[in-house]
Design a binder for this molecule. Structure first.
Ligand code: FPP
Length: 238
């Protein structure tokens, strides 16, 4: 395991958990078996991030485009989400984690919406790591939803257009209470953003790995953080 500097852990880590399908295919298993194993890595990585003091962890679990997948896979993913919450909520609460969802989760089945809201409510007074699960999430959809909320506030005279700047706009994003993403990890050997947190990634460090998500363990997370800690972040300066 790489020796990371615990005083310089990225405050906000975002992860595109890619490669579940290929992991399953390599083993002649149905794709859903890859998502199930992927859920086990979510459990591990949440625990590890919490342990090393990450402030916010945002996981891309279901995009606005994932509805295009076969119904069986979409239903399977929803099922895994339910299994995750039912098996992990107790630990999430014990670890003082704030559970949140980003994305328009109202489009998910009613029983899941209820489960998500119940989990959000139960953990809302915690003050440890924030775990954002991105569900029916798209970066462009988030920006458009933010503009609609902003416009509504302008109509209600709660916000003046003269006060609009990069900082005040952030308050309309799903991640309004989180800092920008410091480290964005994508597993599964693809090098693209896929509509993930496009506003919040403006100054992030990107880490791409060919490891498939079901094989991304704590030591791989340490490799990514070690790499991050050895970069020179200039934020446009010199
Ligand atoms: C991308 O791999 C992965 C997803 C679309 C789903 C991610 C979901 C999980 C890891 C399940 C558990 C999540 C939570 C938060 C409980 P892919 O299917 O596109 O892989 P492929 O590119 O190899 O086909």
């Amino acid at each position: 395991m790489k020796d990371i500097d615990l005083k310089n852990v990225p405050k906000h880590i975002g992860i595109i958990m890619d490669g579940n399908g290929r992991w399953a295919k390599n083993r002649f298993l149905p794709r859903i078996a890859g998502h199930k194993e992927g859920m086990n890595r979510v459990v591990d990585i949440v625990e590890e991030c919490c342990k090393i003091g990450v402030r916010t962890l945002t996981l891309y679990a279901f995009s606005t485009e994932n509805w295009k997948r076969p119904e069986e896979e979409v239903n399977g993913l929803m099922n895994i989400l339910v299994i995750y919450i039912n098996s992990q909520l107790k630990r999430i609460l014990e670890n003082n984690i704030v559970f949140r969802v980003i994305g328009d989760y109202s489009k998910l089945p009613d029983s899941i919406v209820k489960l998500l809201e119940d989990s959000i409510n139960k953990s809302k007074n915690n003050n440890g790591m924030v775990l954002n699960i991105a569900l029916n999430y798209g970066g462009r959809a988030e920006i458009i939803a933010s503009i609609k909320k902003l416009y509504d506030d302008i109509l209600k005279e709660k916000f003046s257009i003269d006060d609009l700047n990069e900082e005040s706009f952030k308050k309309y994003l799903y991640t309004k209470e989180n800092s920008d993403v410091d480290l964005m990890i994508r597993t599964g050997n693809e090098k693209r953003i896929s509509n993930f947190l496009i506003y919040q990634l403006a100054y992030s460090e990107f880490y791409f790995t060919d490891i498939l998500w079901p094989e991304f363990y704590a030591d791989n997370l340490y490799d990514a953080i070690y790499d991050f800690q050895n970069r020179n972040r200039r934020f446009g300066g010199i």
